[in-house]
Ligand binder design. Structure first.
Ligand code: NAP
Ligand code: MG
Length: 403
């Protein structure tokens, strides 16, 4: 069979440790035999980031902006221990943070569902994609302690001097704490556009929630910006796609999500997203089954697995021991990127191949062949789960792909 031809290259960002090993194997077993793979390769492994003074990360992000679609392997974010381990020149910043700053994007995380791996919330039948706003709020907050007798004010100055001074609290009865947070209209607008774009691409309804009844200026601004952008830029497109945009209060959203069968994009403010993304990810089962895509307001996409480099497995691998590392999220990063590339370049065979590979991957698990992390979660009548090693799992998918 002739290999599928590509037009525009995918921006390929290689990474670290066990996921770097899987990266190569996925290409060998599941991509190169079927596609004349065209990529622009950037090695974001820690060794090369250090060698290039992290310029390679910036170049990769710029390339992602130029071509529109990238796929990234998990990478080490160095800490003091990694600086020592890799003898780094510097404690380089998180590559994901650098890429996100350059693309100005929002991260959407979505689980991959397979029959037999039942979510902790039994009503959830479809994936919930969670979007977290990644700017401001308490993450860029300023806070301090106060003593008895202090007065705390919120002061806004402009070129002419004090514009507004609002008493926050008179601490005359005793000391306490005070905190201030901010956000930017431009950042909220980018977040809103990324959410509307993602929902349209995934053909899933979009839910957004804040606490605007209590926070009548701050949270209300989020609500208004989303409403304004929806009305002027997206309403018609949503109607054509047959999906809805819904705004509600965050506590109502939590209750509705739990009662729902899933299938929505849930957009959250920074803190809500921090908390809820862990809840949603845990409720669906394994980290190895969670994908992640960075969507920019201009419509650039960067696909990856939500998990890290799986260090513990890598050290076993280095000692020559067998590992059973779940490659599903990394496979779906590739299929997400290939399908998007195929869609943008008008290559239906590429889109179809991506869907077939996804189906073969899910079927492999549903038929009882899986990696160790899934074995204890798997329950299906008449199917005894079998633990495969990392490579055997890819080969089991390939057998189904070829069938
Ligand atoms: P991790 O790599 O996600 O692994 C944490 C644990 O979760 C693993 O030890 C493993 O548990 C389990 N796990 C995660 N992914 C798995 C998979 N695909 N298959 C099977 N089990 C899986 O997180 P971490 O250990 O906190 O971080 C390791 C490195 O990854 C760090 O250097 C960090 O900076 C980096 N990181 C990168 C990204 C990214 O690039 N997006 C994200 C997060 C972390 P068991 O050991 O119990 O089997
Ligand atoms: Mg969190």
């Amino acid at each position: 069979m002739a290999k599928i031809q590509m037009k525009t290259p995918l921006v390929e960002m290689d990474g670290d440790e066990m996921t770097r090993v899987l990266w190569q194997w996925i290409k060998e077993e599941l991509l190169l035999p079927y596609i004349d793979l065209k990529t622009e390769y950037y090695d974001l492994g820690l060794v090369n980031r250090d060698k290039t003074d992290d310029a390679v990360t910036v170049e990769a992000a710029e390339a992602n902006k130029k071509y529109g679609v990238g796929v990234k392997c998990a990478t080490i974010t160095p800490n003091a221990q990694r600086v020592e381990e890799y003898k780094l020149k510097k404690m380089w910043k998180s590559p994901n943070g650098t890429i996100r700053r350059i693309l100005d994007g929002t991260v959407f995380r979505a689980p991959i569902l397979a029959k037999g791996i039942t979510p902790y919330v039994p009503g959830w039948k479809k994936p919930i994609a969670l979007a977290r706003h990644a700017y401001g709020d308490v993450y860029a907050g300023v806070e301090t302690r106060t003593e008895k007798g202090d007065k705390a004010y919120l002061v806004v100055e402009n070129a002419d001097g004090v514009k507004e001074k609002i008493l926050i609290q008179d601490f005359s009865s005793g000391g306490g704490i005070v905190q201030s947070v901010h956000n930017l209209d431009t950042s909220i607008q980018s977040f809103a556009r990324s959410c509307f774009n993602y929902a349209l691409g995934a053909k899933m309804p979009l839910w957004f929630a804040t606490k605007d009844t209590i926070s009548k200026t701050y949270d209300h601004r989020f609500k208004d910006i989303f409403a304004e952008i929806y009305e002027t830029e997206y309403k018609k497109k949503f109607e054509e796609a047959g999906i809805e945009y819904m705004y509600t209060l965050i506590d109502d959203a939590v209750a509705r999500v739990i009662r729902s069968e899933g299938g929505m994009v849930w957009a959250c403010k920074n803190y809500d997203g921090d908390v809820m993304s862990d809840m949603v990810a845990t409720a669906y089962g394994s980290l190895g089954m969670m994908t992640s895509v960075l969507v920019s307001p201009e419509g650039n996409y960067e696909f990856e697995a939500a998990h890290g480099t799986v260090t513990r497995h890598y050290y076993k691998h280095l000692k020559g021991e067998e590992t059973s590392t779940n490659s599903v999220a990394t496979i779906f990063a590739w299929t997400g990127a290939l399908a998007k590339r195929g869609e943008l370049d008008g290559i239906p065979e590429l889109v179809a191949f991506a869907k077939k590979l996804e189906a073969a991957t899910v079927r492999t698990i549903e038929e009882g062949e899986m990696t160790g992390d899934l074995v204890s979660l798997f329950k299906a009548e008449g199917v005894t789960p079998k633990k495969l090693n990392s490579r055997e799992f890819l080969q089991a998918i390939r057998r189904r792909l070829d069938a």
